[in-house]
Ligand binder design. Structure first.
Ligand SMILES: Nc1nc2c(ncn2[C@@H]2O[C@H](COP(=O)(O)OP(=O)(O)OP(=O)(O)O)[C@@H](O)[C@H]2O)c(=O)[nH]1
Length: 394
């Protein structure tokens, strides 16, 4: 008598439990599907491929691995280890060769001809002028080469190459001191004085990028560095610089105010370097056109004000190698105003006008100390005459 209700109760519990279980699975599936869709849309910001392959609604949810539905945890910031400075130019040499420098293969091919005619020498002259070697240095090189080729009767390609190589090396003044002064000093009263490097030049030449790359060069060489974002003119420059610094654990001193006095930012950065006993303070400045006297005054003020803590030991002028003669006239103005101690020639990877190195050094009496050979973080190399010549000769 009592058995039937029990059977009914038990059956009802089984049905309810089963239904509840089924309902539970459906909720879980729906939730998982929603998660999958959420993951796909959030990933769309970075990978278009993943949104294109996101599972459609009809996909069987049970086949989705829960592990893949987990949102990726944000990666902890990892400090980069910059490439060592030694031998950098050798590693970047193919960039010079690929830049199609007429100083290289084309010169050699003319010089290797059986007997050199006047037309051949004219062709060589043209190649040198096109490469921005400049009229005076081109004449010098041609005179020296003609004499040696005639006197020595050299014809074999290897011997001609050696002659040309030697003349190019001479033209690039290997005797100039190209060391970067990055040694801190101690004042008479015992105060630590960081080596201060100001980086100046016209906008767009690659100043901020160069400061970032140079910080990496110094870090690779075991130096401590502080960056000063004194380019308060271009809003994004301080952010750009901070990003460069963060990648190698280098602090950036910057102003929160756009258009703040660049001299005071430079001062703060140098003072920070002094207080923290940093080896080097690198100061990025705003791009200034040489015809704007007010902006040039500003540069003078940066030098004066930051010198109250420590005078700059280097003023590096950044020049874009692709701008040729125009770059040279800019360089003259900067040399007068800022007391330039070294040139950084950027974008040599994108031009056949590497001969500008010769002219810049001649005109300013200032050595090229660093060259930029690409947009990568370690595409800045100390300038070495012999390695450079080997690079352009291919
Ligand atoms: N190919 C190549 N590009 C470079 C090199 N150096 C810098 N650049 C690029 O040149 C552009 C300008 O660089 P920036 O560092 O912003 O120039 P800037 O002089 O600081 O410019 P302003 O802040 O406007 O004065 C960027 O796209 C750099 O990546 C180089 O050696 N080779």
């Amino acid at each position: 008598m009592n058995e039937l209700p029990w059977i009914e109760i038990i059956s009802a519990v089984v049905v309810l439990a089963g239904g509840g279980g089924l309902a539970g699975v459906l909720v879980a599936r729906r939730r998982r599907r929603t998660e999958d869709q959420g993951d796909a849309s959030s990933a769309a910001g970075t990978t278009t491929a993943s949104s294109a392959t996101a599972e459609p609604d009809t996909a069987e949810p049970a086949t989705v691995e829960p592990a893949t539905a987990e949102p990726a945890a944000p990666a902890a910031p990892v400090l980069e280890r910059p490439a060592p400075t030694a031998g950098r130019l050798v590693r970047l040499r193919d960039r010079l060769a690929r830049s199609g420098s007429p100083l290289g293969a084309r010169l050699l091919s003319v010089l290797s001809r059986d007997s050199l005619t006047e037309d051949d020498w004219d062709e060589i002259e043209e190649e040198l002028l096109l490469a921005d070697v400049g009229a005076g240095p081109t004449t010098e090189l041609l005179d020296a080469l003609r004499t040696k080729v005639r006197v020595l009767g050299v014809r074999e390609p290897a011997a001609v190459r050696d002659l040309l190589r030697a003349e190019l090396v001479t033209l690039l003044q290997p005797e100039l001191d190209r060391t970067l002064r990055t040694e801190p000093r101690t004042a008479e009263d015992g105060t630590h004085l960081p080596a201060v490097t100001l980086v100046v030049g016209v906008n767009g030449t690659g100043k901020t990028t160069t400061v970032g790359k140079l910080a990496r060069v110094l870090v690779a060489d075991g130096r401590s560095v502080v960056l000063g974002a004194a380019d308060t003119f271009r809003a994004a420059a301080a952010d750009q610089l901070t990003t460069w610094g963060n990648r190698v654990g280098v602090e950036t001193v910057r102003s929160d105010r756009e258009g703040a006095d660049p001299a005071s930012v430079a001062f703060e950065a140098v003072a920070r370097g002094r207080d923290e006993k940093t080896d080097v303070v690198l100061v990025d400045t705003a791009g200034r056109l040489q015809n704007k006297a007010g902006l040039m005054d500003e540069l003078g003020k940066i030098v004066r004000v930051s010198s109250k803590v420590a005078a700059p030991s280097e003023v590096l002028l950044v020049l874009d190698a692709t701008t040729g003669q125009n770059g040279l006239s800019q360089a003259r103005v900067f040399a007068e105003v800022a007391g330039v101690t070294g040139i950084v020639l950027t974008k040599l990877d994108g031009t056949a006008k590497g001969g500008i190195v010769v002219q810049v050094q001649r005109e300013l009496g200032v050595p090229v100390k660093l060259i930029g050979l690409g947009e990568g973080p370690d595409d800045l190399a100390p300038f070495d005459v012999e390695e450079f010549v080997d690079g352009i000769l291919g």
